[in-house]
Every structure is written in C-alpha cells, then in structure tokens.
Design a protein around this ligand. Structure first.
Ligand code: URA
Length: 194
C-alpha cells in the first residue's frame, strides 16, 4: 500500500494517474483483467460516482458502467436531469475486473485506495455518490447500504451520499422507490449548491 501511495501522490493530473495505475503491478486483479477501466464522463463535474469494479462489458470496452447496470445508471441520472457524459464523472473502487465478477477482497480495495483518493482529489467534484456496499465501505469505511443509503455523510473532504447499486436494483426492482428518493436528495443538494 505504501508503493501505491507514492505512485498515486506522484500523479499531478488525471492522465498521469491513469498511467500510474496502468503501470501498477501490485494488485492481483490486474492479471485477470483485459484492461484498466479508469473513468468516464467529465472530469470537474460536480458529481463523481464511484461504483465497485468493472464487469465483463466494462472490461471489454475499457469504460465504467457500460453494461446493463450502466444503462440503468444512465436512466437514473437522466431522471434528475444529469447526462452521463456531461454532468457527471464516473469511476470504480477497483479499476480491474475481478475474476468471474467475484467480490473484491479487502486487501485489493485497501491496495487501490490511495489511487481512488488521488482520483477524487484530481477530479475535484463537489459531491460523491457511492454505489453499493463495496463502494460505501471503501469510501466511508461503513457497512450496510440499506441503512446508510440516502443520508449524507462525509469522506475525502466531501459530502458523500450512498445509494443502492444499479446492479442490485436490477435484481430487486422493488427497491427502485428508495433509489428514486435518494436521487431526489442528490438533486436537491445540487440545486441548493448552484
Ligand atoms: N458495476 C460497477 O460497480 N461498476 C461498473 O463499472 C459496472 C458495473
């Protein structure tokens, strides 16, 4: 993790951070993945969304949230007038696909955390949206998305709102009502900030 910390701190721009992550050899996930999945959307957008890890489609395309969960994410954002390309910046806790989409291990998350922190610092969002349990745990250090969702918290010097992961919402569509409430909470915050 010390190596990751110095590699991350050495990056003075998002391009440098991407290069540093691509060259980083101390996370075993890299070996099973096709490519680094760094980010999508607009750096500098007010909203930065942090998912879990790439899946099969993301691993193939090199962009976060392009599969079915990503399509639902796009619709969720559109429902509060956010365009995935223009008004948000999207990344994941882990930049490489875990084998068979298994849960990332705590040591993998810990290893890559300095890069995530640097990523947030360089992208300079106004708020963070953490999607799902893994991301919530990685960013806030807290478990229990069902309890934490929709409530503003604080991490990395920024307001953070946890939400249900869109992949979870695809499996549990009855939870979309809560997700909708959380999106409205985000929208209200953004309106208040402008
Ligand atoms: N799920 C995630 O958490 N991230 C992606 O990029 C795709 C699916």
């Amino acid at each position: 993790v010390a190596i990751a910390g110095s590699a991350a701190r050495g990056a003075g721009s998002l391009d440098q951070l991407r290069a540093a992550m691509d060259a980083f050899e101390h996370c075993e996930l890299k070996r099973g993945a096709r490519q680094l999945v760094f980010a999508d959307g607009t750096p500098g957008a007010k909203v930065m969304i942090i998912g879990e890890a790439p899946g099969r489609d993301e691993d193939r395309e090199g962009k976060p949230f392009v599969g079915r969960a990503g399509q639902l994410l796009d619709r969720m954002l559109a429902a509060i007038d956010l365009d995935r390309r223009e008004n948000v910046y999207i990344t994941n806790v882990l930049p490489w696909r875990p084998p068979q989409n298994r849960d990332p291990k705590p040591e993998e998350i810990g290893m890559m955390k300095p890069f995530l922190e640097r990523h947030v610092a360089l992208a300079r969002p106004e708020v963070l949206v953490v999607m799902g349990n893994i991301s919530c745990q990685a960013v806030l250090g807290k478990r229990g998305i069902t309890r934490l969702r929709g409530k503003w918290d604080q991490a990395m010097d920024l307001p953070v709102i946890p939400m249900f992961h869109p992949a979870y919402l695809l499996r549990q569509p009855q939870m979309k009502r809560q997700a909708w409430a959380d999106l409205l909470e985000l929208k209200a915050r953004l309106r208040g900030a402008t």
